[in-house]
Structure formats: C-alpha cells, structure tokens
Design a protein around this ligand. Sequence first.
Ligand SMILES: *[C@@H]1O[C@H](CO)[C@@H](O)[C@H](O)[C@H]1NC(C)=O
Length: 151
Amino acid sequence: MRSHEFISFVFLALSIFSPLQSIGLLRRAMTHPSFSEESNKALSILGANVIETSVSLQSLTKNLDISSKDLNRLISEMSNVESSCAVDGMRLALQKVVRVSPKTNSSSPSVVCGAFRAIFGAIAVDTQMADEAGNVFWRVHSGQIGRALAL
Ligand SMILES: *[C@@H]1O[C@H](CO)[C@@H](O)[C@H](O)[C@H]1NC(C)=O
C-alpha cells in the first residue's frame, strides 16, 4: 500500500463524524516534535496504549490462562520500535509524509514509529473509541488493509 492510499483510508475512517477535526488530527499525527510546536508526541503515547490494550485484549480472549510473562513478551514484541512499529510504518511509507525539521532523518525508526502510533491515537480521539483504533491497528498490522486497497 502506498502512503497516500493509507492516508486517504485513515482520513475516510476519521471523517465520518467531523471532516474538519479529522484534517487537524491527521496533520498533527504526521508531525514530528522537531517540526513545530504542534507535534504528534501525545497522540503517539495514546496510540502506544491503544496497541498494548488491543494486544492484551486479543491474547486474553484467545487464552484466559496466558501467563503474565507470555503476555508481557507479546506486548513487548508488538510494541518494539525497530522490529514491529517502524516496520509497519515503513510499509505504509509514512517516512514520506511525516513532517520533520530539515536536520531530522524522517526514516529513522523513532520518527516512523511515532507517526505510526499517533495514527491510532488520532483515530481514538476522533471516534472516542479506543477499540475502534485497536481494530484498525490489527488490520494494518496483519496487512489486511494493504491487500484490500491493492484489489
Ligand atoms: C536515515 O535513517 C535510515 C534508517 O535508520 C538510514 O538507513 C539512513 O541511512 C539515514 N539517512 C541519513 C541521511 O542519515
């Protein structure tokens, strides 16, 4: 999936209730703190929490007997900046759309990961539903959204 297709998808998902608020949220989600005072930092904290909640919920739904050790390991794997978060973000080519200062490398894992997480924070704020954002995370992470758009 190309980044413009993904951004269009997110915009459509966001703009059901309020197109104007969605533009602002999306722009903020794609703004690294190095670029301006408007930044995606807080949205990306919410996004990271959405992902953790969603991973925990899915794991416990599948197996109520999962050990705390296994659950923590799954959460760390899914939240890992280099191996998971930045990989998903690069696949969506977010490095091409995220706004950074001229001195900042937009392809660095922390920048791509921050933008990726902020998208789920933005969806949660817009819909006022963390589980809705979690559902979008799973569809992106599993590649479903990419495949659907490629058809
Ligand atoms: C930017 O970061 C990426 C990923 O870490 C790296 O491969 C690339 O060489 C960096 N580019 C510059 C100009 O430093």
